[in-house]
Design a protein. Structure first.
Lengths: 119, 1016
């Protein structure tokens, strides 16, 4: 059972309080009618299934009801960070040890992010 | 009769048992005696009971092999009464208590004379892996019959048929460091962490803490080992930051240091928890531990050698022999032959000598064994046969001899002529397999260590291991390793480790162990005597060899084909031997063959402990409406809708005769159509939506238009997912320019709420809109039928005039003198008012309606009548007419789809995909059975041509079906391919009983097609 840090409540809570909501950073096309059937199908149905670092969306369903993102290693289940909607991850497949400081924008320095939750 | 006669194998002194306390127990109907501190297994051995079970497949007689969780044979059924039955208890882990009653799990009519053993003896040669499936394969339809008989003959224990008198608890625990195992490494680790100030939980599965120190020959600081154990345990027990959990098995590691511990609190006292002060304590507890760091000191299991007839009673692991002698004061035989590959096992022979019995020989697979323990044996005059092994055990119900010869382990050959030594016990040791189970639950694959000839755990972040589980088998190493592993964990937790002074212990000069798993035999494995690898599942070396010959190369496939490591055993004794045999046959090394995956639980856990208090009344929460007690008093039958208890129908009792459901529903339906009925609709989901962008938001999540809905008006809306499929439906009322009340289906309430939050928070955070669940705040009372207005008018100040309070309007006012919102919406097709009042007023309003309703014969109705009435009007229920593959157009509801709305609302794009435009999609229609007395079966498949060859093309199915009292006929809603263009056609429904029903496709609106009645 995962132990998840809610970036809004700023606490580690049990997985039972959360619902998983699938892959994070899927943006709905702004003009759906301009999408081909294939593009729309990709948006609706196709998701990544990586071995290793994965960005997921969760909701603190029986807590603050807020949606947020989780960077989780699908092999070790280690959670590398959790961060609010609208922010970008620091840990990615390209930067498994975390992006260097000069690649981070200001919004990502906010204290609401918790990194390396499980030391 | 003297004690020694009663317990012939009990030694006069020594061990951790209390000879002053004699306990009586019954095994297979016979009375025996043991002592406090015994396990059932040690007591059986003390009494000279050789056969404790029959084997699973071949029904061979089996005796006790081990002394702990790894015991494969001694599975017993506990319990003197039906309610107290517990299946598959390992006798080696069951503490003896006075009055214990146990039976062998297998064996009919009994373990001494077993009928199935004839099958095993006669068929033994012919029972390869997959025997039952290969033999009983035809005809396939008979397998179910064969299986029943096979299961009876070759089964494990049985579950109780009566209610469990005990109860069980769950506890949530938090700690800095969880230490699993209280042997030398676990104790030194726990002591280090505890003295450093960390919150520590120390658990151990045995009756007493101490692990190997409880039967050790070693001296710590010049004292017997258990003295040190007692000192450490009593220090830990007095510390406020330490929780000691003996009799507690860590059964599963479930991510992020969440570990489940099963604490058995009363199983050593009696078969059910004994009453204290009239209260029954919980029998066991499941501790759900979230630890900061986890330290595994789980030890190792000794591997027996695999040789011919190694399952005859009297064959044991060397370590178990030592444990029985030194911990329980039991010598399990008179004449011992020890077959070993390593120095450690020599302790069994030394302990045997100390107990005053004869060691016939030590057969050592190594050519020139050396080491302090070997020397000790030599000095005491024990015959040591070098470079040799026991090829085969002699005897049937008990070992009578051991056939011994020199061997070459590397070329897998017998090199000398054999000699049969007379003995009654063969102890064997092929080395030690670290108990890596918990570490494997993390998903980390163990790695092979050539030096210790075993897999050692790979550790994920925050998990540490110490002692034998890492291959540190020497006592001094284990103690030191416990301290250093604890220091690592403490450092990660931010504690400074307080050093612990360790006791002085001897270190021994050790000879290297040799790698031997299966002992070679003169005959090929497939022709020689059976060499058992997994005794619990009757898997032999020959079976594994055969599996590799038949093409099973992956160890996971070999496991599934042969059943090695299955069941409650989980490969504790046999897995490494099995892998070694597979590796030999495949010409690979053991690490190349790999290991199978261990999954929770480490040992079986009783369902009671898993369930805890979540059973009976507390199994699932029940939700009641404000009028629930009234419904109960009226004798309503209830239906579960989600967690809600809803009245299903209200049967009347006249002259002592209670109405059938059919009669009650017919009466309720006609009351609504002809008079007035009342429904408790409080369970409908209600979401209060506010904010300047609330209207815009509704327009995006519903398929229809909301821009012009004025305060005081109500609209029905359809909600789709972005794939265009209907997800939920309901009405939404405009309470004010920026304020709406949405209703959802009863079961969909929580899901819709999360859905709205999802879109607001992730896609449209710029919209100012807020959601609040008000389902429980408002109770809903539906008054419906031609007389509804007259009744309601008597108790409300709201003007109910049909011209000013129109269909799909809502008004605020009082009903029965309490504030109310009244909605003129209809789920019955009749004149209808839905009254919302604060839930705490609802029973008062309900009763006031009845006080005034008598003259109108106001009739309460339940969900069944609600379903009939709405289906007569062709009104859908999301989840009944729809299944996630139905669009609004499939339902014929394009009138509720605003294709020209400016914002691309959820579902819109998908409704123009080629697939959603197909004309042969399944579309909702009505069905009238040709025989009006037929009520079609919900879910029944529909075909166009009943004479078509099987398989017939299936073109749809029935989604709802009832008997209509007003139509005096059965009727149904269905989805049928291209159904909207097939009005008037006849379709067919072939049923399982061979009958075929015919039905006509009609409009789904069966009653009042123009919808006039709801507008009156």
């Amino acid at each position: 059972m995962l132990h998840i840090y809610c970036p809004y409540c700023e606490e580690l809570r049990e997985e039972e309080e959360f619902h998983p909501k699938g892959q994070a950073h899927i943006t709905r096309p702004a003009d759906p009618d301009a999408c081909s059937d294939e593009e729309w199908g990709d948006y609706l149905f196709f998701r990544d299934n990586p071995r290793g670092i994965h960005h997921e969306m969760w909701v603190h369903a029986i807590g603050c009801r807020k949606f947020f993102n989780v960077t989780r290693n699908t092999v070790t289940y280690e959670i590398l960070e959790t961060y609010p909607m609208g922010e970008q991850p620091r840990f990615t497949a390209e930067y498994p040890e975390g992006k260097p400081a000069d690649q981070l924008n200001d919004a990502q320095q906010e204290p609401s992010r918790q990194e390396g939750v499980h030391v | 009769m003297s004690q020694s006669l009663k317990q012939p194998n009990r030694v006069r002194e020594g061990g951790r048992i209390d000879r002053a306390q004699t306990l009586s127990f019954t095994f297979n109907g016979k009375q025996y005696q043991g002592h406090a501190g015994d396990t059932l297994a040690s007591a059986l051995l003390a009494n000279g009971v050789n056969i404790v079970n029959r084997s699973f497949k071949y029904s061979r007689p089996r005796g006790i092999v081990a002394a702990g969780a790894e015991e494969p044979n001694a599975l017993v059924q506990l319990g003197s009464t039906e309610a107290a039955q517990v299946p598959n208890v390992r006798a080696t882990q069951q503490a003896l208590f006075d009055g214990l009653v146990a039976r062998s799990t297998n064996g009919w009519p009994n373990v001494q004379r077993d009928v199935m053993s004839l099958v095993g003896k006669l068929g033994g040669q012919f029972m390869p892996p997959g025997f039952y499936y290969k033999t009983f394969m035809a005809p396939a339809s008979m397998w179910m019959t064969y299986e029943k008989v096979i299961r009876k003959g070759a089964g494990l224990g049985r579950s109780p048929m009566e209610r469990d008198p005990d109860h069980y608890d769950h506890l949530n625990q938090h700690c800095d460091l969880l230490v699993v195992g209280a042997g030398p490494a676990g104790l030194s680790a726990a002591l280090t962490a505890a003295r450093s100030g960390a919150r520590v939980i120390l658990c151990d599965e045995q009756e007493e803490m101490g692990g190997s120190l409880l039967d050790s020959r070693e001296q710590l600081d010049g004292q017997p080992a258990h003295h040190w154990v007692e000192g450490v345990v009593s220090e830990l027990a007095q510390m406020a930051n330490v929780t000691l959990l003996p009799r507690t098995t860590a059964n599963g590691y479930h991510d992020h240091h969440f570990v489940t511990l099963h604490e058995r609190r009363t199983e050593h006292l009696g078969e059910t928890a004994p009453l204290t002060d009239g209260q029954r304590p919980s029998r066991s507890r499941m501790h759900r531990v979230r630890a900061g760091q986890v330290l595994l000191a789980t030890g190792a299991h000794e591997r027996p050698l695999v040789y011919g007839n190694n399952d005859v009673p009297g064959n044991m692991t060397a370590g178990a022999v030592s444990t029985y002698i030194r911990r329980y004061g039991v010598v399990p035989g008179n004449k011992l032959v020890l077959s070993t590959t390593n120095d450690y096992a020599y302790r069994a022979a030394l302990d045997w000598l100390d107990a005053g019995r004869e060691v016939v020989a030590i057969v050592d697979a190594r050519k020139a064994p050396e080491g302090d323990l070997v020397e000790q044996a030599r000095v005491r005059g024990v015959r040591i046969i070098e470079g040799a092994a026991v090829l085969e055990a002699k005897g049937s119900d008990r070992v009578t001899g051991a056939r011994v010869a020199t061997i070459d382990a590397e070329t897998f050959k017998v090199t000398g002529s054999s000699d049969t030594l007379s003995c009654d016990t063969i102890a064997s040791s092929g080395g030690y397999s670290p108990a890596i189970h918990l570490a494997s639950h993390t998903g980390a694959r163990p790695t092979w260590n050539d030096e210790i000839l075993g897999f050692v755990p790979s550790l994920v972040k925050g998990v540490h291991a110490a002692g034998s589980v890492r291959g540190f088998h020497q006592l001094a190493d284990g103690l030191a390793n416990g301290c250093s592993a604890a220091a690592e964990a403490l450092s990660a937790l931010g504690f400074a480790a307080t050093p612990v002074e360790l006791p002085q212990v001897n270190t021994y000069r050790q000879g290297a162990a040799c790698a031997l798993y299966q002992v070679p035999h003169e005959k090929p494995t497939l022709r020689g005597p059976k060499q058992f690898v997994d005794m619990q599942n009757d898997v032999t070396a020959a079976a594994i060899e055969l599996a590799t010959r038949e093409g099973f190369e992956s160890i996971e496939h070999v496991k599934r084909y042969t059943a090695m490591g299955f069941g409650t055993d989980q490969g504790k004794l046999g897995n490494i031997n099995g892998m070694a045999i597979a590796a030999r046959c495949l010409g690979k090394t053991i690490p190349e063959v790999g290991t199978t995956v261990f999954r929770p639980n480490y040992t079986p856990v009783t369902f009671g402990a898993i369930v805890g208090r979540h059973c009976r009344d507390l199994f699932d929460p029940e939700r009641y409406t404000a009028m629930h007690q009234w419904h109960v008093e009226q004798g309503a039958e209830f239906e579960d809708v989600g967690q809600w208890k809803r009245p299903w129908y209200f049967p009347r009792t006249v002259n002592g005769k209670t109405e059938s459901m059919h009669d009650a529903v017919a009466r309720e339906c006609l009351a609504v159509r002809q008079g007035v009925g009342i429904l408790d609709a409080s369970t409908l989901g209600k979401i209060d939506i506010q904010g300047p962008d609330a209207r815009e938001f509704l327009g995006r999540v519903y398929t229809n238009k909301w821009a012009k809905l004025a305060p005081g008006r109500v609209r029905y809306g359809l909600m789709c997912k972005d794939d265009g499929m209907l997800m939920d439906d309901g009405t939404t009322s405009c309470l004010g320019e920026n304020h709406f009340l949405m209703t959802t289906t009863t079961g969909g309430a929580a899901g819709v709420m999360e859905w709205l939050e999802l879109w607001h928070q992730t896609e449209w955070p710029d919209l100012q809109v807020y959601f609040n669940s008000v389902t429980d705040h408002w109770a809903t009372i539906t008054v419906t039928g031609p007389e509804a207005r007259k009744l309601l008018a008597e108790i409300t100040d709201i003007d109910l005039d049909r011209e000013t309070f129109k269909f799909m309007d809502w008004r605020e006012g009082t009903v029965a003198d309490v504030p109310a919102r009244v909605f003129r919406i209809s789920f019955t097709g009749e004149l209808s008012f839905e009254i919302n009042v604060q839930a705490n007023y609802a029973l008062h309003v309900w009763k006031t309606l009845f006080a005034h309703g008598e003259k109108y014969d106001l009739t309460p109705y339940g969900t069944e009548t609600m379903h009939v009435l709405r289906a007569e009007k062709g009104l859908i229920i999301a989840g009944q007419e729809t299944d996630g593959s139905v669009t609004p157009e499939d339902l014929g509801m394009q009138w509720a789809v605003g294709y020209d709305k400016p914002f691309p609302w959820i579902g819109k794009r998908a409704l123009t995909r080629s697939d959603t435009r197909r004309v042969d999609r399944k579309q909702m229609v009505g069905l009238m059975p040709k025989d009006p007395s037929v009520v079609l079966e919900e879910g029944a498949q529909i075909v166009f041509d009943p004479d078509h060859a099987i398989p017939m093309p299936m073109v749809g199915h029935v989604t709802s079906s009832y008997y209509s009292p007003i139509l005096e006929s059965g009727f149904a809603l269905a989805v049928i391919k291209g159904g909207h263009q097939r009005m008037g056609e006849i379709v067919y429904l072939p049923m399982v009983d061979g009958k075929t029903h015919a039905a006509e496709i009609v409009s789904p609106v069966f009653y009042d097609p123009k919808g006039e009645r709801q507008h009156v």
